[in-house]
Design a protein around this ligand. Structure first.
Ligand SMILES: [Zn+2]
Length: 273
């Protein structure tokens, strides 16, 4: 059932974005389905699909935004809710929270639909990514091009390109890492890795340790590393236990205060798709 729904949703998403090269106008698309988008201000990010008293459909996106425009998170939420609408309308599939297995399957199906609706997977799969530094540039460019968050575009890249690990950090002025997520295709698609208040001396060490844990018995492969704060591309062998030092990390990190900073590792040489 899940595989059938997944294939149907992906092909629906591809049809809906056909002819769209860059950013998809999600409000216009929802309008075409007779669905109104209502944005509410809230400290928590969430979304809901609902019907008003006249039976008209609406999508509510909750979150924080600087102006009236939808944020990248709002756009993903709205696309996700359209997934729910389609599953409900065409498959009568709208499991309740009590039906845990189906509920979470449905959530992941709608996330997959949203990603395929907002991002051109065909283009992403055709990219030739030869270095982590290049991958960093691609993540930034495509996030902007499709108006999606960096974790959405990172996941899309990893789904079609094996052998890559991507981590995101935010740092305070004291250099302490406040937040971090990691996604990887180093050894199959990894679960999202998240933790708070990272104490590792450098992001480089943290990312390499994480990559090694994911690689398991394949950990003798060579890895290339690049990050937005450390500048030059570094190469490190995973099977020696030497500690890798970031010589030029500390000062540059100030430029990324409160911004999300990325680090990428890649198996060297890049694996064939
Ligand atoms: Zn949902």
């Amino acid at each position: 059932m899940k595989a059938e729904l997944s294939a149907w949703l992906i092909s629906s998403a591809e049809k809906l974005r056909s002819g769209v090269k860059d950013e998809l106008d999600i409000k216009k698309l929802l309008d075409g389905f007779g669905i109104r988008v209502i944005s509410e201000s809230s400290n928590k990010r969430s979304g809901a699909l609902a019907q008003d008293s006249d039976g008209k459909w609406l999508v509510i996106v909750r979150g924080q935004r600087r102006d009236k425009n939808l944020t990248t998170v709002d756009r993903f939420t709205a696309a996700h809710e359209l997934g729910h609408y389609l599953l409900q309308k065409h498959w009568r599939f709208s499991p309740s929270f009590a039906d845990k297995k189906n509920y979470y399957d449905c959530e992941s199906l709608c996330n997959q639909f949203a990603a395929h609706l907002l991002v051109d997977y065909d283009l992403v799969s055709k990219l030739l990514i030869v270095s982590p530094k290049m991958c960093l540039g691609i993540i930034r460019d495509l996030a902007k091009r499709y108006s999606v968050s960096i974790d959405v575009i990172s996941r899309a890249i990893l789904e079609v390109h094996p052998g890559i690990g991507i981590c995101a950090f935010t740092k305070g002025l004291d250099g302490r890492v406040n937040r971090l997520w990691g996604l990887s295709s180093l050894n199959g698609i990894s679960p999202r890795y998240s933790r708070k208040n990272v104490t590792a001396k450098s992001i480089h060490e943290e990312v390499i340790a994480w990559s090694k844990s994911l690689l398991g018995e394949k950990n003798r492969v060579q890895l290339d590393f690049a990050s937005e704060s450390t500048g030059p591309l570094k190469s490190v062998s995973c099977d020696d236990n030497s500690v890798v030092k970031d010589k030029d990390n500390s000062e540059n990190s100030y430029y990324f205060f409160s911004k999300v900073e990325l680090a990428v590792v890649m198996i060297k040489p890049p694996v064939d798709v």
